[in-house]
Design a protein around this ligand. Structure first.
Ligand code: NAP
Length: 312
């Protein structure tokens, strides 16, 4: 399918697993997609070290390397990349407009794969500790911490679920919550509270990450918010599970979202707006895996290709 002057066939917003997989499929379908790399090029995988659960890599692969490979694969088939943020979006009947670095682009179809950002505590050495015993994904990193104590921060469904998951590996799981009751659904909260390896640490916040001489997590300083009492808790990994923020700034005025801000789809990747598709963590508060995001990216590219063919 040829591009028509300055009108794009397909603009893909985001270069995480979903956006890049959509780019590979769309490029191979001759759509010559324009892929916009936003605030966090490469998405959440660029903040991970070894990825051991992406099929096809029995020895694991570094997150940034996996993203670079996908990028190269998409470019090889003709995807075009541009470092730019979408400042605004205006849907149209046949053409949608995206304001990118002050310039309006027109596109026949759009895939929103702008991801979600994990929320972090905002402690001073947080950035440097990521990948060195500080993570936001138990499914990705839990298996690296066998027979050692770890902690999970949060009191929602994710925190309780991840704490239970981590009991498969860790010697004990401290579940640190800033209040004295969980926000999680009763069943998940009970599962966590009844588990012999899970130790709830109520009314408590982490005030500092403490690294060993190699820069790996060795402990956290914690403070009881009721008594202001401070202490040190020895853990080899801190799993932050305080929620994610889907990156929907430009789109949420036009596309419906759930109460947490995730975009809602009608079916597959199809949204309420004809020609606009959504994939990956921006629509998925639940699975949030590289492989599920990649699968959704594939679906979105196929849906976009079928839509464009029908339009012709
Ligand atoms: P969430 O429900 O927003 O819970 C976030 C938790 O982190 C809350 O307990 C909150 O404390 C705490 N928190 C937030 N900011 C914090 C900070 N700066 N410092 C310390 N603690 C902080 O997020 P979630 O657990 O990721 O769940 C997101 C959505 O996915 C929910 O709708 C959930 O039901 C759904 N989900 C469902 C399942 C399932 O059904 N199996 C599994 C996972 C997620 P407060 O309680 O004090 O606000």
């Amino acid at each position: 399918m040829e591009r028509n002057g300055s009108i794009e066939n397909l603009v893909i917003v985001g270069t995480g697993c979903a956006g890049l997989t959509a780019a590979i499929y769309a490029a191979r379908a001759n759509l010559s997609p324009l892929v916009l790399e936003g605030r966090e090029p490469g998405g959440q995988l660029t903040t991970t070290t070894l990825v051991e659960n992406f099929p096809g890599f029995p020895d694991g692969i570094d997150g940034p390397q996996l993203i670079m490979n996908m990028h190269r694969q998409a470019e090889k088939f003709g995807a075009r990349f541009r470092y730019a943020e979408v400042d605004a979006f205006e849907p149209g009947k046949n053409l949608h407009r995206l304001k990118v670095d002050g310039e309006w682009l027109e596109a026949k179809s759009v895939i929103v794969a702008s991801g979600a950002s994990a929320k972090w505590l905002g402690l001073p050495n947080e950035k440097g500790m990521k990948g060195h015993g500080l993570t936001s994904c138990a499914t990705c990193d839990g298996a690296f911490y066998r027979n050692v104590p770890v902690c999970v921060v949060g009191g929602g469904d994710t925190a309780c679920e991840e704490a239970v998951f981590l009991t498969k590996f860790a010697s004990e799981v401290h579940l640190i919550h800033r209040r004295d009751s969980f926000r999680a659904s009763a069943i998940l909260a009970e599962r966590a509270l009844n588990h012999p390896k899970i130790k709830p640490v109520w009314n408590t916040v982490i005030t500092e990450y403490l690294a060993d001489e190699k820069g790996e997590m060795r402990a956290v300083k914690i403070k009881n918010v009721e008594t202001n009492e401070e202490s040190t808790l020895e853990v080899k990994c801190v799993f932050i599970a305080i929620g994610h923020t889907p990156n929907t700034d430009a789109f949420r005025n036009w596309l419906p979202t759930d109460k947490s801000g995730y975009l809602l789809k009608k079916q597959g990747s199809v949204t309420e707006i004809a020609g606009v598709f959504a994939a990956g963590d921006v629509v998925d508060p639940y699975y949030r895996q590289a492989v599920t995001a990649a699968g959704q990216g594939c679906m979105a590219a196929m849906d976009a290709e079928r839509y464009l063919t029908d339009q012709e």
